[in-house]
Ligand binder design. Structure first.
Ligand code: CP
Ligand code: NVA
Length: 313
C-alpha cells in the first residue's frame, strides 16, 4: 500500500483484499475479547472541517482499541482556520503525530496535506470521495454474501462523493455498477468516464431508477443534500423526486437485495422508514464496520515505520 489512503482509485485489488482480510481478523479479535494493541504509543490527529458522528467516534474508538490515542482537531480551532498553510501544518503535525485523518471540503486540501506530511494521511471524507465508507460497505457485502464477485450494485440518487467511491470500487474489483441520477446531478464526468473506459465490468449511468434497480443485488443511496449544500435544499428535494429508495423500488431487485446507506439518513427523503428498518437494510452493520475496517487501515498504515512514498513529489 502507499503511504496514504486518499481515494479508492489509488488502491489495488490486492490492497483492498488485504484490508478486508485484516478487518475480518480484527473484528473477530474484538468479538472474542482478545486484546491486540499494535499501535501502543502512537497518536492519530483527526482534523475536521465538517460535522461527523460515525467517522469521529469510530476512528477515536479504533485508535483506543489498538492501544493508541486520538486527538480531535477542529479546523476552525486550529491556526488553519486563521490562514496557516496546509503545507506548514503538515510539516508541524508530522513532528508530533504518527498519522492524520482529515475530513475536509476540497480534495486538493487532502492531497496537499498528504504531500507535505511524512506520516500517513487518511481521507475521512471530501467533497470528491469517501474511501473508508465504501471499504466498510464492501466488507459488509462480503460478510453478507461471501464476495463482491458477480454483483450487480445499483446506486440511486446524487452523483456525489459516495457515488464516486463506488465507481472506483467497481473499477478496481470488477463488479457491475449502475447509477441512476437525475439530470444535472450526475457523478463527476472525469471520474465516471475514466472508470467506464478502464473497467472490465459494466459501469452504467441512467436516469430511470426503476430500470436501474431491476435485478440489483445491492442498492445504495445517500442524502440528496450533502454537507455544504444546505442552501440548495429546496431545489435539490425537487430535483430528486422519484429517486427515493422505497418498498416499490425494491420489487424489481433480487429477493435478498441488500440496501445500504452510509448515514446520516433523511428518512422520508432518499429512503423510507420501511426500507431503513426493513429486512433488506444493512445500514447499521455498515456503520459498525466503519470501526473494524478503519482499524485495519490504521494498523496497515501506522504499525510499522513506512518507507515514505510521495508519488507526486
Ligand atoms: N457515514 C459517515 O461518514 O458518517 P459521519 O458523517 O457521521 O461521520
Ligand atoms: N454525501 C454525504 C455523505 C455523508 C457521510 C455528505 O458529503 O454530506
Amino acid at each position: 500500500m502507499q503511504k496514504d489512503l486518499l481515494r479508492i482509485y489509488d488502491l489495488s485489488r490486492a490492497d483492498m483484499d488485504s484490508i478486508f482480510e485484516r478487518t475480518a481478523d480484527l473484528k473477530k479479535k474484538k468479538k472474542n475479547g482478545t486484546a491486540y494493541e499494535p499501535l501502543k504509543g502512537k497518536t492519530l490527529g483527526m482534523i475536521f472541517e465538517k460535522a461527523s458522528t460515525r467517522t469521529r467516534v469510530s476512528f477515536e474508538v479504533g485508535m483506543f482499541q489498538l492501544g493508541g490515542h486520538a486527538i480531535y482537531l477542529r479546523w476552525t480551532d486550529m491556526q488553519l482556520g486563521r490562514g496557516e498553510s496546509i503545507a506548514d501544518t503538515a510539516r508541524v503535525l508530522s513532528r508530533y503525530l504518527d498519522g492524520i485523518m482529515i475530513r475536509t471540503f476540497a480534495q486538493s486540501n487532502l492531497d496537499e496535506l498528504a504531500r507535505y506530511a511524512d506520516i500517513p494521511v487518511i481521507n475521512g471524507l471530501t467533497d470528491m470521495c469517501h474511501p473508508c465508507q465504501i471499504l466498510a460497505d464492501l466488507f459488509t457485502v462480503i460478510e453478507k454474501r461471501g464476495s463482491y464477485e458477480g454483483l450487480k450494485a445499483v446506486y440511486i440518487g446524487d452523483g456525489n462523493n459516495i457515488a464516486h467511491s463506488w465507481i472506483s470500487a467497481a473499477l478496481r474489483l470488477n463488479f457491475d455498477l449502475t447509477l441512476a441520477c437525475p439530470k444535472g446531478h450526475e457523478p463527476d464526468t472525469a471520474i465516471f468516464e475514466r472508470a467506464r473506459k478502464e473497467a472490465a465490468s459494466k459501469i452504467l449511468l441512467v436516469q430511470n431508477p426503476v430500470e436501474a434497480a431491476r435485478g440489483a443485488d445491492v442498492i445504495i443511496t445517500d442524502t440528496w443534500v450533502s454537507m455544504g449544500q444546505e442552501k440548495e435544499y429546496r431545489e435539490r428535494i425537487k430535483a430528486f423526486q422519484g429517486y427515493q429508495v422505497n418498498e416499490k423500488l425494491l420489487d424489481g431487485a433480487t429477493k435478498d437485495v441488500l440496501v445500504m446507506h452510509c448515514l446520516p439518513a433523511h428518512r422520508g427523503e432518499e429512503i423510507t422508514d420501511g426500507v431503513m428498518d426493513g429486512p433488506h437494510s444493512v445500514v447499521f452493520d455498515e456503520a459498525e464496520n466503519r470501526l473494524h475496517v478503519q482499524k485495519a487501515i490504521l494498523e496497515l498504515l501506522m504499525s510499522k515505520k513506512q518507507d515514505v512514498l510521495r508519488p507526486e513529489c
